[in-house]
Design a protein around this ligand. Structure first.
Ligand code: FAD
Length: 640
């Protein structure tokens, strides 16, 4: 995968150029072509996208507007070809603002502009790279950072710290990088967020083969990043962190690990947990799991050797992972029974499994920065995303099906989609969710899942499960169902942040004891009495309907790097979050989540912990998190 390749000169005829812009989203197309050619006259006022058209990936153009936009882009590219395909000089500030404002819907606030510029990283300029070096700030001090996990988050923070010349060591229990995208190799696994956005701002590529690429492609991407940024030598593979203990006397962390050579202890000044929210599989709380006589496994530990051909297979769960692998299982099984607890809302995304069309590949070869402008466009659309449709109207009643007029409108649209893809009355009643849209994660669909449900060799079973038996599944109505293979698509222990690690802070404070199953942190990152400990993808940093986790991890990496800078600049040894700051922040988060469909509805979801509190989700927009994580405020911490 290539990062930031040069554009190939255009030598094709007019018809090829016109074909190359066909079917391409118009707003980022115009911005990318204006950027390449320097011709901003194509950014016509009447073609500014309407970002309030939340469910329209194009931004609300009429067919005539879309055709006019593409023709403007094609004509500019033809002129560009005729004048020798020489890219324009990088845009000055005024020009850049114009381009960014265009994809952002017409205007861009002063505080939002730098964020979009960072996300764009035009011409390979990595605006989030630290602009300081440890050796310059504190030449005599070797501050060392330990990172637990070499998934997407661990790679991001390691790269940033290394850019600042801060030594890092990464402990990774697996034998390879990638975390989520290494472990989830079930058939059909792919990313839900379009790849031009689900990728690092500092490692953007025009080479994604699909809009939503599959797991092997994502794994290759993260491997390529590790190689590109020369991080492999800093990773200790096959090394699980079992304990981390803060030493009050000299204010450092002892990291206890286990690898092939046995237990060891490593000293670090700062410790980053990048262990993910979705790394430890969750098995359902059902009696008899171990008693099943046939093969069984969890989707995150897919057993590729288990033969599904001609077998009676049962799958427990209809969440995002299950919906991805179920059609593949149905192709092979003699009969597939799906045990559903709660039906997911399906969001129609026709291109969900599509390859990028050849025309778009042409465009990406000749205008590779289209990928960046597409990213900026997606970002601008998801910065608020569906939040307005998820916001609770206190006066709206009843709230069991929808939480506001806007949410109810979304419900109607999604219901109409279900009606169009599942006409059968009885199946439709099973597939139609009975809770507000976006109270749980919506599942992207291009028609494949509902078509699979209608196969004669597939049964959707909504009766609850009483027990797993040696022969299969017993439902609560006392019926025994016989199966040859059981597959658990039951998600992850998302609320059990940092488990099973043991983490001891000042005066022996136990992190899990402190949390008592209800994890909280300041900005998702720091916890009082655990100095110099930073969590990535920690409590309340997950998003439901706006954005990508990579964005959050980049913000967190920035905050961690700037915290290290604070320690180096002040010459102080540690920073410990103040309890009042932490508590006030969490009150704001809880209040924010109560105003969203996922916090208001009582439907079960992995967003809530055992106390019913939303411990996963960020309730605000993307800009808010960026603003709060630009740099630590020293007064939020006890600095020692
Ligand atoms: C199937 C699936 C699909 C997803 N799709 C999307 C999507 O479309 N969009 C999106 O934004 N997010 C998605 N996510 C969320 C996804 O987890 C994040 O996007 C991202 O990959 C998280 O990266 P991470 O590095 O924080 O965690 P992980 O990828 O989980 O990596 C954690 C790493 O830490 C290591 N580790 C854990 N404990 C220890 C220990 N004690 N010692 C040493 N190493 C340890 C693990 O082995 C792993 O390598 C998806 C998740 C799953 C499971």
């Amino acid at each position: 995968m290539r990062f930031h390749p040069d554009p190939e000169p255009i030598t094709d005829d007019d018809a090829t150029i016109r074909a190359g812009v066909a079917g391409v989203p118009v707003a980022p197309l115009l911005a990318a072509v204006a950027h390449l050619t320097g011709d901003t006259t194509i950014l016509r006022d009447e073609l500014v996208p309407d970002l309030t058209m939340l469910l329209d990936p194009e931004g609300g153009y009429t067919p005539e507007q879309a055709a006019a936009g593409r023709e403007l882009a094609a004509a500019a590219l033809i002129r560009h070809r005729d004048s020798g395909s020489k890219p324009a000089a990088p845009p000055d500030d005024v020009h850049l603002r114009r381009l960014v404002a265009f994809v952002a819907g017409g205007t861009v606030d002063d505080d939002y502009l730098p964020l979009l510029e960072e996300e764009l990283a035009l011409d390979g300029t990595d605006l989030r790279a630290p602009r300081w070096r440890a050796a310059e700030l504190a030449p005599q001090r070797e501050l060392r950072v330990g990172i637990v996990g070499a998934g997407m988050s661990g790679i991001a923070v390691a790269h940033r710290l290394r850019q600042a010349g801060v030594p890092v060591v990464i402990f990774e229990k697996n034998d390879d990088v990638g975390g989520t995208w290494l472990e989830n190799d079930y058939p059909g696994c792919r990313v839900d967020v379009p790849n031009h956005f689900y990728s690092y701002s500092f490692a953007q590529s025009p080479d994604w083969p699909q809009f939503h690429s599959t797991q092997p492609v994502l794994l290759d991407y993260f491997r390529a990043c590790v190689d590109q940024f020369d991080l492999r030598d800093s990773i200790r593979f096959g090394t699980e962190v079992t304990d981390a203990r803060w030493r009050d006397d000299d204010q450092r962390w002892d990291v206890h690990t286990n690898d092939a050579d046995g237990p060891a202890v490593h000293e670090v000044d700062v410790l980053v947990s990048a262990v993910g929210q979705l790394n430890r599989p969750l098995m359902p709380d059902v009696a008899g799991i171990e008693s099943f006589a046939g093969p069984w496994f969890h989707s995150a530990r897919w057993e590729h050797d288990v033969d599904l051909d001609g077998k009676r297979v049962a799958v427990l769960g209809t969440g995002c992972s299950a919906v991805q692998f179920l059609p593949h299982v149905a192709e092979r099984a003699a009969h597939l029974t799906i045990y559903q607890r709660t039906a997911p809302w399906l969001l129609p995304v026709p291109v969900y499994q599509d390859d990028l069309p050849e025309t778009m590949r042409w465009l990406l070869r000749h205008v590779p920065d289209f990928a960046r402008w597409d990213r900026a466009f997606i970002f601008a659309r998801t910065q608020e995303g569906l939040l307005p449709l998820a916001t609770v109207d206190p006066a709206w009643e009843p709230k069991d099906r929808s939480v506001s007029a806007a949410n109810d409108m979304l419900r109607e649209l999604l219901t109409a989609y279900i009606d169009s893809v599942v006409p059968d009355g009885e199946l439709r009643s099973q597939v139609l969710p009975g809770y507000p849209p976006v109270a749980k994660r919506v599942v992207l669909d291009n028609g494949v899942y509902p078509a699979m449900l209608q196969r004669p060799d597939v049964t959707l079973e909504s009766t609850g499960i009483a027990a797993i038996t040696p022969a299969g599944v017993r439902t609560v109505d006392g019926v025994d169902h016989e199966h040859d293979v059981l597959i658990y698509g039951t998600g992850f222990q998302a609320s059990k942040f940092l488990t099973p690690m043991r983490v001891l802070g000042t005066r022996g404070a136990d992190l899990h004891g402190r949390w008592g199953g209800d994890a909280r942190a300041y900005l998702g990152l720091t916890v009082p009495d655990f100095p110099n400990l930073f969590l990535m993808y920690g409590p309340n940093t997950n998003i439901v309907i706006n954005g990508s986790i990579i964005y959050f991890s980049e913000c967190e990496a920035n905050y961690i790097v700037e915290s290290v800078r604070l320690l180096l600049e002040t010459g102080l040894q540690s920073m410990d979050c103040r309890t009042d700051v932490h508590d006030a922040y969490n009150e704001r988060i809880d209040a924010g989540n109560r105003t969203r469909a996922w916090g208001c509805s009582d439907v079960n979801s992995w967003y809530k912990n055992e106390f019913g509190r939303v411990a996963q989700n960020w309730p605000f927009n993307l800009l808010d998190y960026w603003k709060q994580t630009r740099a630590p405020v020293a007064s939020d911490y006890e600095m020692r």
